[in-house]
Design a protein around this ligand. Structure first.
Ligand code: GDP
Length: 477
């Protein structure tokens, strides 16, 4: 009934405790309104400060977004090659780069950086971003217009590009000799970045960058944990996120709404295979190196994990039939590029009864065999699968995979992460519960900007720690 969708404080349930703006047309993006009835309600409420900053960001976006008067003016200035004029609209352009999981975690990072620096986030649509995600901000698009002047160069931007901030520092063309401010700087935050690029994470460099009207960013990393170590952002971050391990969860539910075609994939699959089960278990199998992790060994590791942590019942190889007291059903959603795991697990639980009498069913939406980042239907399926995993009750994920991080963060779940095998043996323990639902920053800097020497950035503050699945990575806890 109408009343059910309203909570006591009159914020409709679909707006996720005020996280989402009420100013949207419902039909254009059904997932934005329906996700609340698929996801478990979040136990992590957004702070009222985060809500107010999101609303003021939306106002800024409306005022400065594509083709507004301010946008046109700032763009003219950029094209003219004149020194930058101070403008009330500054921009951060995010370049579409890498696999879909990577893109989702970097987009969340870019958005938070834009929020912290009062910039307008513009998204390079790449080949398929428009098909995958609904517009997150009311009225004015977040996509970078196709006539943006240097758009064609995006694919070639790297550490040697003249606009690259790290390179400017290397050539000393910014600070020491009181040099002119560029209108545009390219931030290379890709995993192969060097010590100069990493100075992005220093206070002093942030105050320089603050004056550059156009920043263009290419990254494949969830760099938010290191933003928490920049002194000038500290207070604001703690106001936005009193609970630090909720950053990706909240920003993810704010930003990433599947388009109607992807929502169709998600909801049809959910109702056909998952909705009726008493419990849903997500199993994300991502094997980066089949030599170090051969098939049988990955399968053994999964079974060792589900058995040790009581996620799936044991099978009984002696008995032909076991009658349960009450017949509980568990649906296991497998995502993997290959189909072998599904077949093995399904056969095992078909050929033998479970010791508890529980009924276990296995489903896998696709098996695409290999990564095909530039293909439309492939990415739609990848997005649908990450989202379906986020709708489960219990999640098992693979080490090092942003695909799994996204599912875990959107779902608000703490997954059981499968340890990365070394020397072709099943690790012991096979899996462990993560400390927080946050993604891991895989390539953080290890530098103390003030002391100008290397440090362990994983032991500076209690809420930024090394990750469970990557000893040198950083995550918020
Ligand atoms: P990561 O490499 O695991 O960090 O995740 P990414 O999402 O960034 O890149 C992996 C890409 O491979 C995905 O975006 C998909 O294109 C593809 N992929 C990997 N695992 C799966 C899967 O289980 N299902 C589907 N449909 N695609 C997958």
């Amino acid at each position: 009934s109408e009343d059910d969708s309203f909570q006591s404080d009159d914020v409709p349930k679909e707006l996720l405790d005020g996280l989402l703006s009420a100013e949207f047309d419902k039909r254009s993006c059904l997932s934005r309104y329906q996700s609340a009835s698929y996801h478990k309600p979040s136990s992590q409420k957004p702070s009222s400060y985060l809500i107010s900053r999101l609303r003021s960001y939306e106002a800024l976006h409306k005022r400065c977004g594509p083709y507004t008067e301010s946008y046109n003016k700032t763009l003219e200035n950029l094209k003219s090659g004149h020194p930058p004029e101070s403008s009330d609209c500054n921009y951060l352009v995010w370049i579409s780069f890498s696999g879909l999981g990577n893109r989702i975690v970097t987009l969340a990072s870019a958005f938070l950086y834009a929020l912290l620096t009062n910039r307008v986030l513009l998204v390079d649509p790449g080949v398929d971003m428009i098909d995958l995600f609904c517009e997150p901000f009311p009225e004015v698009s977040w996509f970078l217009p196709s006539d943006f002047p240097i758009k064609k160069q995006f694919d070639h931007f790297d550490q040697n590009s003249p606009h690259c901030y790290g390179r400017m520092l290397k050539n000393n063309s910014t600070k020491s000799n009181g040099l002119k401010l560029p209108s545009l700087a390219y931030l290379h935050l890709v995993h192969d970045y060097d010590d100069h690029d990493k100075l992005f994470f220093c206070n002093e460099d942030q105050s320089f960058l603050q004056k550059v009207p156009w920043l263009i960013m290419k990254t494949d990393n969830y760099f938010i944990p290191s933003l928490f170590l920049i002194p000038s952002f500290e207070q604001e971050l703690s106001n936005l996120f009193p609970k630090k391990d909720t950053v990706f969860h909240l920003l993810g539910r704010y930003l990433f709404h599947p388009t109607n075609p992807v929502w169709g994939l998600i909801t049809r699959y959910y109702h056909a295979y998952l909705a009726k089960a008493d419990e849903r278990i997500g199993l994300q199998i991502r094997v980066f190196d089949t030599v170090i992790s051969p098939f049988q060994q990955v399968l053994d590791q999964i079974l060792a994990c589900t058995s040790k942590e009581n996620l799936l019942p044991e099978i009984d190889r002696q008995k032909a039939i076991i009658h349960p007291g009450t017949q509980m059903s568990k649906a296991v959603l497998i995502t993997s590029l290959s189909s072998g795991y599904l077949q093995k697990l399904r056969d095992m639980y078909w050929e033998h009864p479970t010791a508890t009498g529980e009924v276990i069913s296995f489903y896998q939406p696709s098996h695409e065999e290999f990564q095909q980042t530039e293909k439309h239907t492939h990415n739609r399926k990848a997005w649908a699968e990450m989202y379906l995993l986020s709708l489960t009750d219990v999640l098992v994920t693979s080490s090092w995979s942003t695909f799994g991080y996204v599912a875990q963060g959107l779902g608000g779940l703490k997954s059981w992460i499968l340890d990365k095998p070394e020397n072709k043996t099943v690790p012991n323990p096979p899996c462990r519960r993560v400390m927080s639902m946050e993604p891991c920053f895989h390539a953080p800097p290890f530098y103390d900007c003030k002391a100008k020497r290397g440090i362990d950035t994983g032991s500076v503050v209690p809420h930024v720690r090394h990750c469970e699945d990557m000893s040198w990575g950083l995550k918020l806890v």
